[in-house]
Each structure stands twice: as C-alpha cells, then as structure tokens.
Design a binder for this molecule. Sequence first.
Ligand SMILES: [Zn+2]
Length: 496
Amino acid sequence: MATHRLPPFSRPTRTPTGRPITALICAVAVGAAAACAPSQGAVAPSPAAAAPASAGVGQSTGTLGAPGIGDPDFPGDGNGGYDVRHYDLRLSYDPSSRKLAGSATIEAKAVQDLTSFDLDLHGLTVSRVSVDGAAASFSRSKDELVIEPARRIRNGDGFAVTVDYSGVPEPMHDSANLGRYGFIATPDGAFVTCEPNGAKTWFPSNDHPADKATYDFQITVPEGLTAIANGEMAGTPRTAAGKTTFVWREKHPMASYLATMTTGKFQVRTGTSEKGLPIYAAVADSFRGSLDTLFTQTGKITDYWSTVFGPYPFSSTGGVIDDYAAGYALENQTKPIYGGFSPEPAIIAHELAHQWFGDSLSIGRWRDLWLNEGFATYAEWLWAEHTGQYTADSAFRRYYENAADPMWTYPPGAARADDLFSAAVYNRGAMTLHALRREIGDQKFFPLIRAWADAHRHGNVTTQEFVALAERVSGKDLKGLFDAWLFQPKRPAPVT
Ligand SMILES: [Zn+2]
C-alpha cells in the first residue's frame, strides 16, 4: 500500500480537482488523523518473542478449528484447522440497490480432525452452507462463520465448503489507523481494497495472508459496467438479459487482502509490455486522460523490476484508477489500484515492486509488514536512482538527518496493530535495506534481493528468514545491524 506520504524529493501531484494528493490522503484516511502522523512508537518485543503464524495452523481445541490463524497481533483474523487451496467465487452486484449476492466454494485440506471450523465473514446474510455437497449447520459470532459439517472431516482430507450469501456489504472502518477499506460501494460500482483484513466484507474466507490460495471469479454486473478482478480474464464477457458476466482467474497463490472485484464504468486498454508481458489497464471515465500513461508506465516499470528483482512472479501486470477518492493505492495482485488520483511513476513503482514483495512473497504475520512496505519504499528510491532524480543514498541521508523524526521511537521490525501503516514501517524499513546495502555492497545486495524473491516465490516469509539469507549471501554477521534498524526504539548509529 502507498498512503500518507510521497517520495522524499517529489512535489505533490495534483488531482483533477486541483487538490494536492497529500492533503487528499490525509483528509480521506477516514476517522484516522493518526494515519497522517507517525506514532510515537513503543518498546518492541525481540524478534524471537512470538512464533510466526504458519498456514492453516491455529491453536485448536480437540476437533474444533481455531477462530484465528495464530497471528499474535490480529488474533481473530484467519482461522485454524485447515489450509485453503482454492476459492471459486460467483458474485453478482447491483450498484443501484448496493446488493451483493454470492456463492463461494472453498476447497481446503484439513490439518487436523474437524467437527467444526470457521470462516471469516463480516455482515451479509448466509442462507445455506454445504460441505462436500451435504448441508451443514452454521452459526454467526461477530465476524466468524462457524460451520459444523454433517460428518467429521479427517486430518489430511480435502473438502469443499460452499456458502450462499447476500446482502449489502459494509466496509471495515473500526480498526485503529487503517481508515476505510474492504468492499466500498461507489455510485457506479465498488472500489475493493482489502488490506489488512477486508476480504471478509465480500466473501467468506480464511482472511489472513498466512493462507494463500488460487482464485476463480465469476462476476455479474449490469450491462455497460466492467468488473475487474485479479489474474487474467477467461474468455469474452457474456451479456444476457441486461447483465454482463466477467470471468477472471488468478492461478498463482494470492493472499485474501489482495483479491478485488472492483466494478464500475471503466475505459480499458490491453496489450503487452516490451518484454511481452500482458498488461490490463483500466481507468474510471473521469481519468480517461491517464489511461495511456498508466498503461505505458506499468509495462515499463514491470519490465524494469524484472531486471532488478528477477522474473515477474505472475502472468500479467496492470493497474486500475478508480474515481473513489481513497487517496491511497493498494498492490492488488496483478492489478494495483489507485484510489482517486493519477499516480506518479514513483507510486506505480512502489505498487509494482509489491508484486514481488508482499504479493509473491507474503508475510505470515502482520508485524513483519516492513518486508512489504520497506521493500516497496526502497523500490521508490531505486526507481528515482534509475531515472536520475535522486540517489537512494541522498534519500537515506535526508531521513537520517532528522533526529526528531518519530520513526526513531517506532521499531519497524514489529509493526503495531494499532499503528500498522506507520511511516516508520515504510521509511525506516527502506533505510534498513539501504544500511544493509552499504554494509555488504551492491555486489552482494542485489543478488541477495533476487535470491530472496526467488527462494520464497509464491510463499510466506519472516524477518528471521531474510536476516539468515542476508548473512549467508554476504558471509557477514548482520544481527547487530538488523537489531539496531528494526528492533530498537532509537536512531541507530550513523552508517559509515
Ligand atoms: Zn506499499
């Protein structure tokens, strides 16, 4: 996600209405003035203080699946007892009534015996649940959908649960400093950005990045609208009785918060990058003047990152500008979305870098968020370096010189649930990578970054794994460097 800050040396871009993006972003980070101001930080636990969450394995009681996947800072997110393999989502949305009707089939594998398990679902009315074709009983408790299959599911068995549901989706807006996210209705459709846990606002899910899965989407909207999801479109949209159905498939594993079903009136341009990668770019009508720039920059930057980070991890790239003034961008897999502004290249570079760091390599617990945002912010500096605007070293020094910056009291290696998207996670995270680059040199640093992206392609990662790889590639003991930059609530000693 790129939010409440611009690259260190860029001027604010202006929206079509002439308001600077920075002001817009702060104004629209709903209910969260704090989102615009870095927190004062807190003493963080040591990196080893909490075990990483592992996919599908929460703390369970007997044969009951756990209501959380085991993330210590987001205990209700995700679920335990099973591992999702695939989501098949059949969805119909009517912007005039704001009603969503869905049937979600979730293919999963049990990692323990299960007489009961949970899915995450926020609001909406469930009409029927079946497991392997047999009706199952279910109940609701806050954002948990608790399912009791007719027969016990055995440890190791695959199963398919189908949930039929409908209602008016309600976005999330109650989490500290996260703003408004999830399924957000717009006059002509919906703007759907779900980090960190808003997938449950539109489909029942194991809503945590520790459990990635592949996706099929079949989305029906009134004729004349476009429905955009992840991956690639399968076939031509079909129209019947005034409604059009779009079929999309994301065949690579994806974290639930990166899924989207953004819909509305869009201008679309498709084609390929110079390296031959398919591109899908879409802009709301009011941003039609930005379509060609979005298309061209997206192809160019994706191609460039593939020379820096290694092969692009997915089978298409793209971008969407919607006219909902979120004031932030999110790295939805294969199709970053820009909420109500034409992104400057630095923001596109940030979101596309996330395709490697955040999307292909996903964190297993939210406190490791610097592995997403530190890398994507550092990518902005690398892009500036590549295009001759400023060097990463000058950006680093500029931040370092401000001894009063609140980020020095917020250790970015332990992102806080109550201030998850702190500027410290972004900027001090990026500075960590630059301090590492200075310590081990470009000859080791860039091969390390490529090795990192390659070793964990489509998987989950932890900070400890990155530290271990950095030490292996460089042959140096780097524990002191990472401890000072990621885990101490004070400004590290100057980098020599
Ligand atoms: Zn980001």
